[in-house]
Design a protein around this ligand. Structure first.
Ligand code: HEM
Ligand code: HEM
Length: 239
């Protein structure tokens, strides 16, 4: 069976580093004692998303945004006859293209509002650029974006499951590990400049991780919970 390289090594590295950074950041979101790790993994995710967006303009075939079939008529055609249409798309199919773009946009907004909340609480490299009074509102916006991001990631995983069940022979699920799909298609290739730019991107995501991890943390964010907890402690000590 024909095999074609669809996801080059840098695309796969961005994918797995981004997936890990988002999942770890999400798991640490409510642990006040690990807020600097939460922020650092989130910042790493943000840097990777920025480079993935740059990759969408200067990257190889299939990773470029012009290769994302986002047009509405493509979705209709795909939904009407998925079996026939599926083989037309060596990269993302129309539905996947929307979900992937959504993950990138909402992921970036999640990181931006996380940074703003962190700074307003007096933490991190941009501490105090925003007034403390706004911390609560910004934190709520951060939470709103997270509640959109998580279903998008679940949709991505559901899409992969449906791909696995209906078009197993194409090998889409494994393509993010191996880079190849079992189809005949123009292979994705990298030139020297692309390799240099994306290596700089991957390296800078690790540097940003260290900068944010080691920047000062003035307080844990959950001031209201902490105050509430203190009041309860005083009440109990009176009993
Ligand atoms: C849990 C967090 C995850 C996030 C945030 C995430 C995010 C993304 C993004 C943004 C893309 C687009 C990649 C690009 O165009 O360069 C993508 C594609 C892809 N992801 Fe994930 N992913 C996650 C988990 C997974 C898992 C667990 C798998 C399992 C194998 C997986 C397999 C794939 C595959 C195969 C594609 C390409 C799909 C296609 O050919 O249309 N992802 N993912
Ligand atoms: C994709 C990346 C991110 C994800 C998935 C994520 C997820 C979360 C989650 C699940 C929470 C807990 C919300 C709750 O209490 O219900 C949270 C809170 C928070 N996040 Fe993020 N976050 C991300 C990025 C960031 C970044 C980059 C920063 C800062 C640089 C940040 C700063 C904060 C702050 C300050 C809070 C509030 C903590 C508190 O006051 O208890 N987040 N985040």
């Amino acid at each position: 069976m024909a095999k074609s390289i669809i996801w080059t090594l840098p695309s796969r590295l961005i994918h797995w580093m981004l997936a890990a950074a988002i999942v770890i950041s999400w798991l640490l979101g409510e642990q006040d004692e690990f807020i600097n790790f939460h922020a650092a993994f989130g910042a790493m995710a943000g840097t990777l998303i920025i480079f993935r967006i740059i990759w969408g303009f200067i990257g190889p075939k299939y990773s470029k945004f012009k290769d994302f079939p986002l047009c509405f008529t493509n979705i209709i055609k795909y939904l009407r006859n998925p079996k026939e249409q599926h083989l037309k798309y060596a990269g993302h199919n129309p539905l996947a293209s929307w979900v992937m773009s959504g993950i990138l946009v909402i992921g970036l907004l999640t990181v931006a509002t996380g940074f703003a909340a962190y700074s307003a609480q007096g933490n991190g490299p941009f501490a105090s650029i925003l007034p403390d009074a706004e911390a609560k509102e910004i934190k709520e916006t951060h939470e709103l974006f997270i509640t959109i991001l998580i279903p998008l990631i679940l949709l991505h995983l559901l899409g992969l499951l449906s791909d696995f069940l209906r078009f197993r022979s194409v090998g889409t699920v494994w393509s993010m590990f191996t880079g190849t799909k079992n189809i005949e298609a123009e292979p994705a290739r990298l030139n020297f400049l692309q390799k240099v730019i994306i290596s700089a991107g991957l390296l800078s995501s690790i540097i940003i991780f260290y900068i944010v991890l080691n920047s000062p943390v003035k307080q844990d964010g959950n001031k209201e919970d902490a105050e509430h907890h203190n009041i309860e402690m005083i009440d109990h000590s009176r009993d």
